[in-house]
Ligand binder design. Structure first.
Ligand SMILES: [Zn+2]
Length: 178
């Protein structure tokens, strides 16, 4: 049986640990520690730290799931917004075509009946008709603003979860180097 020479993580005492042992308590200070074997390197770690890592790992996968769910929610909000916007745009288009044809008819009639004196009537018609053009612009703008308002807290939540994942990545990197 191979014996490993290790140092206690707490008191630094030299410890002789049998290779098949994973958990033990230091014979000098009594601190519980776990034997970690990674890449041929054997080291000791406090049991609380190991538990912290497990907890972080759980938080990490919870955060990954949360981010996926939040992104799906965001996509649904944007899809709904896009549907609303294109419905408004279709209405606008119909409206503009209607106003456009109205102007064409107005011009034809005014010129036909009043000749050059029809021009003021045409100008009045354009001014009047232009009020109906792009009448849904406000609705489109507010649909977009509403979607952003709904998405904003989701973005904040994603950032929070990303920070949890990042801190975990940083933690593992730190351990690998140390
Ligand atoms: Zn010790």
């Amino acid at each position: 049986m191979k014996i490993l020479s290790l140092k206690c993580v707490n008191c630094g005492a030299g410890l002789e640990v049998k290779q098949d042992i994973n958990d033990f308590a230091c014979g000098y200070c009594g601190v519980e520690q776990q034997v970690e074997r990674s890449g041929g390197i054997v080291s000791l770690k406090r049991v609380e730290e190991v538990l912290d890592d497990v907890k972080l790992g759980t938080n990490r996968s919870a955060s990954e799931l949360a981010i996926a769910r939040l992104k799906a929610d965001m996509a649904a909000i944007y899809a709904q917004r896009d549907r609303a916007v294109s419905a408004f745009q279709a209405e606008d288009h119909k409206n503009n075509v209607f106003v456009g044809w109205g102007l064409v008819l107005l011009i034809a009639f005014s010129m036909g009946i009043f000749g050059p004196w029809g021009v003021p009537i045409i100008i009045a018609g354009i001014v009047f008709g232009s009020r109906f053009i792009k009448s849904k612009a406000k609705e489109i703008k507010s649909a977009k603003a509403r979607a952003e308002t709904m998405v904003e807290p989701l973005r904040a939540q994603i950032a929070r979860h990303q920070a949890i994942i990042d801190s975990y990545d940083f933690g593992t990197q730190d351990t690998a180097q140390g």
